[in-house]
Design a protein around this ligand. Sequence first.
Ligand code: ATP
Ligand code: MG
Length: 426
Amino acid sequence: MAKVIQSIRGMHDILPDQSASWLHLENTIRELFTQYGYRELRTPVLESTDLFCRSIGEVTDIVEKEMYTFDDRNGDSLTLRPECTASCVRAGIQHGLMYNQQQRIWYIGPMFRHERPQKGRYRQFYQAGIETFGIAGPDIDAEVIAISARLWKRLGLKNVELQINSLGSSEARAKYRDVLVAYFEQHEALLDEDSKRRMKTNPLRVLDSKNPAMQEMIEAAPQLLNHLDEESQIHFDRLKELLEEMEIDYVVNPRLVRGLDYYCRSVFEWVTTELGTQGTICAGGRYDGLVEQLGGKPNTGLGFAMGLERILLLLEEQGIETPDFAPNIYVVTQGSDAEKAGLKITENLRDALPNLRITNNCGGGSFKAQMKRADKSGATYAIILGDNELTEKVVSLKPLRLKSEQSQVSFDDLASHLATIDFDGE
Ligand code: ATP
Ligand code: MG
């Protein structure tokens, strides 16, 4: 036998038994974003490598070691997108989406990072996110956070904590950088190799280190929050005030710096303790310099990205059931005339009741075999159509999950009868 080919490590199939919860999550997200007035932007999964090097930053985990980069057949360096903010900004500049106008955008799709696969961390994973352009905030900062908060509410998720911080202006960060470097120099013996290197290139990133041996030293480091410029301080205070007005609980985490270079002012993460070290389910912030950095006219930007696998893991962890989209009705027929009539009847039903989920038995089979399939499909009712039913112009309606009796309904009354049944309530 030929060798069986497997999927790539860290890249997973989402099987039919698992995909209903994905569909539920994605539907909820699309509906929510749309209700807040956001519109979808779809960008290609492949981009020029330069785009990510110039936006995310050369001295970040992503650009240093996580990108899937290869040469196209004509020699151009391409990269599978590790995140979508850079792509949205690229598209925004390329198509003039943000000149003299505000934009509220959302996206959903797969991202790629060559990381060590583990629970909640994969090499192909899905993000849904929001990007806004041309709104200086902090009202939009508060809106974007409110959207994420409402998503947890709609999904029924509990115990996710909102952490916020301000990174200040780039000038304030430059000053703070000197203070921080001086501090790290005093504690150089405690720094690991990565951090020693980063101390020279991007010292703020040292604060983001997950090395347990460095945590105490990081805890005691000077805080950027104490070095904010006045405007950023006002922005941050107003954001907190707006969150309080909307009754969205938060904690200020002065250590929150985010792994990407482009952030300024507001940054935030939604964190849970229920997923081990992969506890961040949503992360975002303001990136006012990025549009200019990528060649556009100066413009403000702000957004977040959330990891769909982690949200689904958390739903499962918290025992929250999601709809399974099993059929409402499975149609069992006996004989070729009934098969033909069954198709006609169900097409009529789909006209009359478009939301009904109906599965027709296809491929024949004995009555017993068809009823087995009906049962396995998870359907609430079976419609049974045989010779007798056909002569009398009725169908038999058999409950598959309830202890009520089978009944007969005439062809003419079928749609109106089914309309009275609350399938989702059962
Ligand atoms: P982490 O600190 O967990 O590595 P990150 O800071 O690299 O996260 P972001 O780039 O901010 O993550 O991406 C936003 C969200 O996307 C994360 O909060 C997480 O939910 C999700 N995410 C990031 N990387 C992965 C991955 N490899 N697999 C699954 N989800 C991921
Ligand atoms: Mg990461």
